[in-house]
Design a protein around this ligand. Structure first.
Ligand SMILES: *Cc1c(COP(=O)(O)O)cnc(C)c1O
Length: 490
């Protein structure tokens, strides 16, 4: 529902503070308070009490409830944020993770007392192998970017084990920024390869850059334009002929699960994002998981510990001498893996296929339905997301950023904008498989009225949002100079 008037700015909880106000009557401390009787050394004792907000319990409850309602979230709004897969995730998986037996697990419990969770990790690895056409998986990386780093380290270690020095990684210009960043962190050098005008890998350019110095080619499939790489098999052969490995950034597996196994097309290693495709709510900086799958010849390089099943018993094994070593504490973000396990069991093989089919259907529905609004709408089918240029679509002086802000007024989270960088005024719309046709129709109708408004009263769009408590922020300053501390103004 559109918000009619801007909600008032919620004060900081410190500003609600009144000296001496208490939420609960606290019992008197049962340790001595007097300086000379205290068991705490004097040097460790505070001289002044902490400056905590002094508020009543209902103030606390209302404050945080109001803050939570100022949010755009998947639970309250349509959230078509491309390349992020902000879909609804079944609450059932959350319930399972919160069962006391799972919450109470300690990572240092001996394997004999952890057979259940080790079996779950083992089975999840096997299912991800089946879905991706890989031979082995590690569940340890805690995000897509850490999965990339793990993959690049595996490739580097593999080449080094064969006595080869290959410092270069080739990456298309449409890739996610984490790809070149991960390469740099792994101590290799990223070299960009240009895309063709229709957004695919330029195979001739790729061929010209392949040589004995190339360790890895990193391709995002489907790419960030939401397009499948039609010449993937041919590319894989070229890469292998040059002695390099083919890495797939599989963060956006929503278009492939159950339909296509990357391993069948020549991908040697890949990462996927459990917090996009496999039922972990995504965003807000919470924990995630970016498992990495490899073909058999790379499995000895996977990080340790690895879960193995020997004589019917599950164990954590560390003795893999060629392993890249540890990249995460214990077994990774096990709670996230557990959600993925529940999700896979809930959906089964057929359900998983419907995820992709419906994600692709929804994106193409929007592509066709929004085509009259955008002169540069892609003509060819897309996969899980549709990327369109806002160029020539809006009234005088109105940009994609303004339209994105105006969508907030109407109760929609904005799509990803200005990414990928190769599309001017880009809007990257990912509807996901979990939205109804009614929601998609309302989104189209709303965009249509904003485009219309951008011609009739452009200033209304360029000054949006009007109905949010905070309007435009200086995004560069917020990112570069975040000021997150409360300072009491004297
Ligand atoms: C989301 C995403 C990543 C990074 O994943 P994180 O979990 O945010 O680190 C990498 N590549 C692509 C294509 C993505 O969409």
């Amino acid at each position: 529902m559109p918000i009619e008037t801007p909600p008032p700015l919620e004060p900081l909880i410190f500003e609600l503070s009144v000296a001496g106000r208490r939420g609960l009557p606290w019992p008197k401390p049962d340790i001595a308070e007097a300086e000379n009787e205290s068991p705490l050394p004097a040097a460790l004792r505070r001289r002044t009490p902490p400056e905590w907000p002094e508020v009543a319990e209902p103030q606390v409850v209302r404050h945080f409830t109001r803050l939570s309602q100022l949010n755009f979230s998947v639970d309250t709004h349509f959230y078509p944020l491309g390349s992020c897969t902000m879909k609804h995730n079944p609450k059932a998986a959350d319930r399972v993770v919160l069962l006391p037996d799972f919450i109470g697990l300690h990572p240092l419990r001996p394997h004999t007392l952890s057979q259940g969770i080790l079996e779950i990790l083992h089975d999840t690895e096997r299912w991800l192998c089946a879905i991706c056409g890989m031979d082995a998986f590690t569940l340890q990386p805690s995000a897509g970017a850490q999965g990339e780093l793990t993959g690049v380290l595996i490739a580097r270690t593999y080449h080094e084990s064969r006595g080869q020095n290959r410092p270069v990684v080739l990456i298309p210009d449409s890739a996610h920024g984490t790809n070149p960043a991960s390469v740099a962190v792994a101590g290799l050098t990223a070299v960009t390869i240009a895309s063709t005008p229709d957004g695919h890998v330029d195979v001739d350019v790729l061929k010209s850059k392949l040589g004995p110095d190339v360790a890895l080619v990193m391709l995002t499939i489907p790419n960030t334009l939401g397009l499948f790489e039609p010449r993937l098999r041919e590319i894989a052969k070229m890469v292998h002929d040059a002695g390099a490995l083919l890495y797939m950034d599989g963060a956006n597996l929503n278009a492939l699960v159950g339909l296509l196994r990357p391993g069948d097309l020549g991908v040697d290693l890949l990462h996927i994002n459990l917090h996009k495709t496999f039922s972990t709510p995504h965003g807000g900086g919470g924990p995630g998981a970016g498992p990495v799958g490899v073909k058999a010849f790379l499995s000895e390089f996977l990080p340790t510990p690895r879960v193995v099943k020997e004589d019917g018993v599950y164990r954590r094994r560390m003795d893999f001498p060629k392993s890249i070593g540890k990249i995460h504490g214990f077994m990774g973000n096990v709670g996230i893996v557990l959600r993925a396990y529940c999700y896979l069991r809930l959906l089964g093989e057929e359900g998983i296929r419907h995820v992709s089919e419906n994600a692709i259907l929804a994106a193409n529905y929007l592509r066709v339905k929004l085509a009259p609004l955008f002169p540069k709408m892609p003509k060819k089918p897309c996969m899980h997301e549709v990327v369109v240029s806002g160029e020539g679509a809006f009234g005088p002086g109105v940009h994609t950023l303004d339209v994105a802000k105006r969508l907030l007024d109407e109760g929609f989270h904005a799509p990803t904008i200005y990414f990928p960088l190769i599309v001017p005024e880009a809007l990257m719309i990912e509807p996901t498989e979990t939205e109804t046709k009614e929601t998609l129709d309302l989104f189209c109708k709303t965009l249509e009225s904003i485009v219309e408004e951008s011609r009739t009263s452009p200033e209304k769009v360029t000054s949006a949002p009007h109905r949010t408590p905070i309007r435009r922020v200086d995004e560069v300053k917020a990112a570069r100079e975040p000021d997150l501390r409360f300072k009491r103004i004297p």
